[in-house]
Ligand binder design. Sequence first.
Ligand code: GLV
Ligand code: MN
Ligand code: MN
Length: 469
Amino acid sequence: MGLRFSTLLVLLYFIYGFVVISSNKDEYDPTIKTMEEFSGYPIHEPDFQDSLSSLSVETESLQRQIDELATLSDTPAPSVTRVLYTEKDVLARRYIKNLMSLSGLSVKEDAVGNIFGRWDGYESELAPVSSGSHIDAIPYSGKYDGVVGVLGAIEAINVLKRSGFKPKRSLEVIMFTSEEPTRFGISCLGSRLLAGSEELAQLLKKTVDGQNISFSNAARLAGYEDNEALSSVFLKKGSYSAFIELHIEQGPILEEEATSIGVVTAIAAPASIKVDFEGNGGHAGAALMPTRNDAGLAAAELALAVEKHVLDSGSIDTVGTVGILELHPGAINSIPSKSHLEIDTRDIDEKRRNEVIEKIKESALSISKKRGVKLSEFKIVNQDPPALSDDEIIKATESSCKELNLSYKKMISRAYHDSLFMARISPMGMIFIPCYKGYSHKPEEFSAIEDIGNGVRVLALTLAKLSMS
Ligand code: GLV
Ligand code: MN
Ligand code: MN
């Protein structure tokens, strides 16, 4: 019986092998199909060899690039810390520009260091299709967030070039400056400016970092001399016919469901708030409890109020985080005389997110009154609306997944991305790939190179489709 069962298994194996080989023979090169569909004439005869090599991602060199970029960090591996306009950031930018040049792209940089690498289409007067992400990394984070979308977009161009594809619209890779708010407290700095935020251009003239270094000086030291003329960064609506970003999911769904690709339909609405309390401070032993106006306790109480208001929304989609809490003077035997909090809150429902912000403000006021501390600042740094992906880009991405035989699901992005701002000037879409346990913004962040390769293939084919439309 045992013998007969194993014979059956061997037989099934051969039948399976035969089916796979036969179906491979019928396989077509999806980029050629795309070119043919749009041009209406056969591009060239795909043969068996072509179909095997088509859309092949050089995963080994892509992994090597991810690893090399991760060494440009201010903290030890496996963590990555790469903050805007630091020495490591400047070196990483050079690395990306070199890669773009090696891929035959013409490279340009704007006044704040958004980097553009263009592959001219044969109708280069048409608005290009673009793809990209960021390479800055928050303190002690991982090596995939953003990086996959920049290196992946460059590799997607390489894939298309190797397949013999010729784009009609130009294809452009963008590396955005400072998606992370680490240094100046402003998220998606480069893409916000690209999308034409005059408010940000004005704000940056007086923005300083935690060391009191102005944005202008930091930019100048990094080699961006012309950063005074920030309106030169603005792009008009319609500058791109489509923008699509490849990114790790930063959540657990794709991995848990063993799904290869997430097709993003919308990006949640993020907001961030800065709060300062001022009390009297004093001696930790000598000042009796009833006499105190403890700015630290006001901050602690507000942090708990943030959690309460978020949970009270009743929706799992509402989140709130106090990621920064600083006490002054920061001595064990001194009552905090000043406290500073930075609060991040998001929701897919903008109205509900705004209600949470209102409640946080009411709490800050009532806590300051109750504790006799001054609420010296309550500043909403950003209160962004959500963004919807473009239907045509969603469809193009879905059909790429189908043609490449990759499972996919539509999903929303709870993290924000440069795509949130690109959506203001261009039809936008995003491609997610699975990451280990959904970990992100910590050193354990990981995506398997096979999953990254799948993302790059979907990106390449989608770019091909969009470039021909
Ligand atoms: C992006 O890094 C985010 O915080 O969502
Ligand atoms: Mn991030
Ligand atoms: Mn990111």
